[in-house]
Design a protein around this ligand. Structure first.
Ligand SMILES: [Zn+2]
Length: 127
């Protein structure tokens, strides 16, 4: 189970961006997860709920986009998405293929609450 440190890492980056942009609240984090990252969406989601507690990211929505594994064959330049877990080129049978997509694990976008509650409190909330 490596999802916990992965999720913690994502949260650290997201919070850093939120702080740098001067926002006090994170609303949405868009994550790109390749098949090869071997991460369970369900586990990341659970850890996200747990780790964001009492942080500016509490209540934020984690969006995850899966990128299928795609291989490239250096022998015949074929690019393919293996139907099964095989690294053999379907065009020439070469076995020296390497992943050209599917090993992603990064933040695609972060959305923050632009309004700073400290400076934009509605007048009716003041006593
Ligand atoms: Zn090939």
């Amino acid at each position: 189970m490596h999802e916990l440190p992965m999720t913690q890492h994502i949260l650290d980056i997201a919070l850093e961006h939120a702080i740098r942009s001067g926002s006090s609240r994170l609303t949405d984090v868009h994550l790109v997860v390749g098949d090869l990252a071997g991460a369970s969406f369900e586990a990341i989601e659970i850890y996200w709920q747990f780790l964001t507690r009492d942080t500016p990211a509490q209540g934020s929505v984690l969006h995850m986009r899966r990128v299928p594994l795609e291989l490239s064959c250096p022998d015949c330049d074929a690019r393919f998405r293996p139907a099964e877990l095989t690294y053999t080129c379907p065009t020439c049978g070469g076995t020296g293929t390497r992943a050209v997509a599917g090993d992603e694990f990064f933040i695609e976008a972060i959305e923050v609450d632009e309004a700073d509650p400290a400076s934009t409190s509605p007048p009716e909330h003041r006593t």
